[in-house]
Ligand binder design. Sequence first.
Ligand code: FES
Ligand SMILES: [Fe+2]
Length: 335
Amino acid sequence: MTVRYDKPIPYGWYAVEYCDQLAVGEVKPLKYFGKDLVLFRTESGEAALLDAFCPHLGAHLGHGGTVKGDSISCPFHAWQFNGQGSCTEIPYANRMPPKLDAANAIRSYPICERNQVIWAWYHPLQAEPKWEVEYVPELDSEDWTAIDKYDWTINTIPQETGENAADIAHFVTVHGALKMPDGKVSLEGHTRLTLMESNTQSMDESGQVDRNDAVGEQARLESWNYGPGFTLQRFSRMFDIVMMGTVTPIDHENLVLRFNFTLPKKQTDTHKLYAHGFRDEVVHQVEQDMPIWNNKQYLDDPILCDGDGPIAKYRKWFQQFYVDDSEPAQKLKIA
Ligand code: FES
Ligand SMILES: [Fe+2]
């Protein structure tokens, strides 16, 4: 069978849930990073993410586990584990098994709650976070609207969805842009900024894209990438809109893409309408990209032409997020 993707899961911060979708005491089973996971919120309000299977006899903590104080209690024999994955209680043991003292019994993932999202740090070798989740002031402001949320499950890898912004030719062929956007890319560490100033399609009075207008309007788009799991777009034309996109790998060939839009409450009604038209167009564009992503193969050595845009540069930048995950990190085994 054709292998479409042959890449490890890149390391980085990934959105695993919205903050307001995890109440105190709530427990959720998740599948990300090729793993079964359990997400819970302790009684003191901290979100925690652990590998799902209890090291005692393998029950899934996300199916029937309950929060007790700062720990989650296993549904099978009620062993308890805190947010760092340490065993805090065995209700019927006279002595804790010695191996529980040495290290965390279950793998835990560093968590950061920011921009209305719960982020987990994934690194195949469990290295500590190498950067902080970027703060987006608009997502924390009373002056901006509650987010509009969209999500898709796509049969692809984060490198491929991210390559979209660098692939300037497809904007014309897939998305019907009037001409290829002129992007200036700057790269620094885990951050990539693409500045696009382009003529984009104008909108009619109802905020719908006017596909008959051949001239279009000047628009400016700042597109930021902070590692493989977080993209931020600030769009300004005569209106403003901010979109935080998150990409979370489910496994080696599937991911969840989420788009979150917010706009200033103070814009005029017409500009709001335009901003909504823009939002709908961005969402529509994902749906145009999806059949390509769902079926394409990643080519390590593509044949590119001079008009293709900074694809090679993007790939070189993305490379930093891969480490060989074929050897799992040393992990305590509980006998
Ligand atoms: S399997 Fe979890 S306590 Fe026994
Ligand atoms: Fe696209």
